[in-house]
Design a protein around this ligand. Structure first.
Ligand code: URA
Length: 249
């Protein structure tokens, strides 16, 4: 790929804008060497500088955001967007840095983004059974049999035709529960608690497969390391194998 196209795909501007930036010596290497030729091949990503600054993560990155309440997982809405918390270039990348699934507007916590289409598919496909862990603050004390009901694999949500897969429920306080699900149906956790006669007042996701929010404060984000990405891939395979073995006669 040519340099101008590479930088354009990372959201640094149109090809024409990048040609102008190259002409005005705004694209350099770490040692200060000025790059002028938009058609030149791409130097190592870590060596490139735009206006003296290192580049955003290279194509194929995974970002972790600690989502605050009141923001929507969309590129357009009347409410504030999760993209408002990230560099605007992330929305302009090609492919775009997409959220991995969605959290409701008022759900807080761990939201991944990636521009790796294959990984996005593996993480969001209905065949992906990666565990996702939530803490729910409830309006009422939980029914005694709620954990049993969630674990059966027979719970049917209103308007659906297939029962939910088994989910685990742990009571942390009389009205605070930790729940782990392996699917991603619409408003799933809120609807599960509604199905056992309760109401979720606050919902927070603190883990997505092996990835946790540890150390990332609300509104902040970071790039996953190569080993964290690898751990996601391992977890996807493990979750698929577990699901397949449960299905086997
Ligand atoms: N389940 C919900 O009900 N809401 C979310 O945001 C995520 C899971």
């Amino acid at each position: 790929m040519k340099l101008a196209r590479y930088l354009s795909n990372l959201g640094y501007g149109t090809k024409r804008e990048l040609e102008r930036m190259l002409e005005s010596q705004q694209i350099t290497l770490a040692d200060g060497t000025v790059l002028r030729d938009s058609a030149q091949s791409v130097p190592p990503h870590s060596e490139l500088r735009v206006m003296g600054k290192p580049l955003d993560p290279p194509p194929g990155a995974v970002i972790l955001l600690h989502k605050p309440p009141g923001m929507v997982c969309s590129t357009e809405d009347q409410n504030p967007l999760v993209y408002d918390l990230l560099p605007s270039r992330f929305r302009d990348r090609s492919p775009i840095m997409s959220p991995v699934g969605r959290l409701d507007r008022d759900t807080t916590g761990l939201l991944l983004f990636t521009d790796d289409g294959q990984l996005l598919h593996r993480l969001t496909s209905p065949k992906s059974h990666l565990p996702k862990r939530y803490v729910a603050h409830l309006a009422e004390s939980l029914r005694d049999d709620a954990a049993e009901v969630f674990a059966t694999g027979t719970l049917m949500l209103t308007g659906e035709t297939t029962p939910l897969l088994p989910a685990t429920l742990e009571l942390l306080e009389p009205r605070v529960a930790r729940v782990t699900i392996t699917e991603g149906r619409y408003h799933q956790v809120r609807r599960m608690f509604a199905a056992v006669g309760n109401h979720v007042r606050m919902l927070h996701r603190d883990a997505f497969g092996p990835i946790t929010l540890d150390g990332v404060r609300e509104g902040e984000w970071r790039v996953l390391s190569t080993s964290e990405r690898e751990s996601l891939n391992v977890a996807i395979e493990a979750a698929r194998a577990t699901r397949a073995s449960r299905k086997a006669p």
